[in-house]
Design a protein around this ligand. Structure first.
Ligand code: MG
Length: 159
């Protein structure tokens, strides 16, 4: 089989005293995502989808949160490492789609900026990366504004 599919999910808590990074973009907000890295759960979901498509475990195995070198690391750096692995395995991305679930802040005006950060790293055109932001209609931890969750899927092809 030369085409593989992957799915990724991640959720991080929102707290004061952290910068908010989503899709590699810093977003002005009073709260940020808590994590060992910068907490960018969109990138983490994409990473897990890529690793899943390659059959190579998950983000926690590759970048353990016990490793000092990953403390506060930008998730774009982790994604670059995973893309090197993808290349080594002779895969390329055909398409990526994703959903950000966040009650606040409103993300619509930042989605294009996220694409401009992510597409060069993923080596795809902007029409091969879907990023959709939605609220959770006030329900659950995302809806109460306590966390941001992300889902991502990827389709990869063996070169
Ligand atoms: Mg994470």
């Amino acid at each position: 089989m030369r085409i593989k599919i992957g799915i990724g999910y991640d959720i991080h808590r929102l707290e004061q005293g952290r910068k908010l990074y989503l899709g590699g973009k810093e977003i002005p907000f009073s709260l940020g995502l808590v994590g060992h890295s910068d907490g960018d759960c969109l990138i983490h979901a994409i990473i897990d989808a890529l690793l899943g498509a390659m059959g190579e475990g998950d983000i926690g195995q590759l970048f353990p949160d016990t490793e000092v070198k990953y403390k506060d690391i930008r998730s774009t750096e982790l994604l670059k490492e995973v893309m090197m692995r993808l290349k080594k395995n002779n895969f390329k991305i055909i398409h990526t789609d994703s959903i950000i679930i966040a009650e606040k802040p409103k993300l619509a005006s930042y989605l294009l900026d996220m694409k401009k950060v992510l597409c060069p790293i993923l080596q795809i055109k902007e029409n091969a990366l879907g990023i959709k932001a939605k609220t959770n209609e006030g329900l659950g931890v995302e809806g109460k504004g306590k966390a941001v969750a992300c889902w991502a899927t990827v389709l990869v092809k063996k070169k």
